[in-house]
Ligand binder design. Sequence first.
Ligand code: G6Q
Length: 549
Amino acid sequence: MSITQLPAWQALVAHQRDMRSVHMRQLFSEDAQRFDCFSLALGDLLFDYSKNRITQETMRLLFELAVQAGLPDAIQAMFSGQRINTTEDRPALHVALRNRSNRPIVVDGADVMPSVNAVLDKMRRFTQAVRNGEWRGYSGKPITDVVNIGIGGSDLGPRMVATALAPYADGRIRVHFVSNVDPSDIATILRHLAPASTLFLVASKTFTTQETMLNANTARRWFLSRVGDEAAISKHFAAISTNRQAVEAFGIDSDNMFVFWDWVGGRYSLWSAIGLPIALYLGMDNFEELLSGAHLVDEHFRTAPLKRNIPAIMGLLGVWYINFWGAQTHAILPYDQHLALFPAYLQQADMESNGKSVTKDGKPVNYATGPIVWGQVGTNGQHAFYQLLHQGTRLVPCDFLVAAQNHNPIGNQHDVLVANFLAQTEALMRGRTAEETRAELEAQGYSGGSLELLTAAQTFEGNKPTNSLLYKKLTPFTLGMLIALYEHKVFVQGAIWGVNSFDQMGVELGKRLAKAILPELSGTTTDREATHDSSTCGLIQQYRAWRDS
Ligand code: G6Q
């Protein structure tokens, strides 16, 4: 049975018809308690979802939908280590990586927590040794620069966290990230580094990803061409992977290998040894604070009733707009410069997880699934694409994020930032009616045709939904909370839509396709060329001609 046949789904279809004529202005003016009713606090974080097209009835129906779609059971299944990633036949247990309470989580008859803790201990020893200079390079110099070589899930998380938590770095180690197979990426970074004080981390779950292996080989050649001694590699290369054999074949000492497990999805892996660059940059204590923040949210998600469960509510609000109002995208708008990479990070977390069109039983869905996730830091976005949010023809639900305390308090700039945050969310909700616009223009002296023209152009419909996430300060703990909130939001939506949020067949297709076409670029003609479309053939020919000219 499709979820569209569930009684709650049907009731939501009918309820949406009633809500179409309701404006949030009206809802706020009718209920002075609306903020109290539709906001929740967790630790140093406040989630305000009152500026949404919802009533108590909407939420009641959404919670019913969650129950009828089996969300409570799905949550328990994930936390108890069931094989919820059905296509790959494995659990999805990123929650075990940050299970600071050490509650046993059993996979194939064994508690995974001792192995998780053993890797954390090894990370602590290693990061301490590198950071305090006890670990030395081949020539006896301490390490000053760490280069993480990885892509997708083995890059985006650590890169985003390192950017977000830069105020917590003590300057002992600089961290760099190489991901793109475009040689300009690694070349730009290597240009400024000295081999004697550089440590490369080759981060790849499979240790077969073409981009990462090419960049890792380039790094090794760069290193050896300057150092000339294979034995020196063991002081300058470490690996993070699930594939021990491939790591050894690459020539990395198994003492320098940090393992994780197939039940950690790439895009959920920053909590594992994939977080090593974070720990080297910020110290292991800060890394563990990140884990603790995520653990607080995990416990909240696992135990809070749906109506007080922040990730459940975030997910259900998304379902409300995507499936009942036709929203196609979701904007992430951090009013926090340190979260500049957060939209890109969430793009992967969400779009790779729920960009699916068959259910777990292999049936095509007859409803929309994951949204297009996009965004940019405020206030920059205000001077760019917010016009469409205010007056365009599309419905774009937005999440606004802001800290109460800035890491760089300068003059009143942070108040100005927050004033913009508040002004935008309020304006998106209220809009400006034609009457208000006309009155303002008349007061400025407009009349006749220009009054009518400007009234039409300056009227804002409003009623645009936003969530506000206000946190005290962007600490490692709070960042851990934020990431986990979104991970679980994505999980909630995947559970309701009945898709497998933990596989990524599209990524794997991309990996295969690029490998197949590569040999054709080296020759002049190929047998396969005849099988390509004329566009691909034309592009290949022009590429070869310009490359070789
Ligand atoms: C994440 C995806 C994908 C993956 C990269 C890198 O969930 O599967 O982004 O992380 O393709 O894969 P490796 O870590 O195996 O190199």
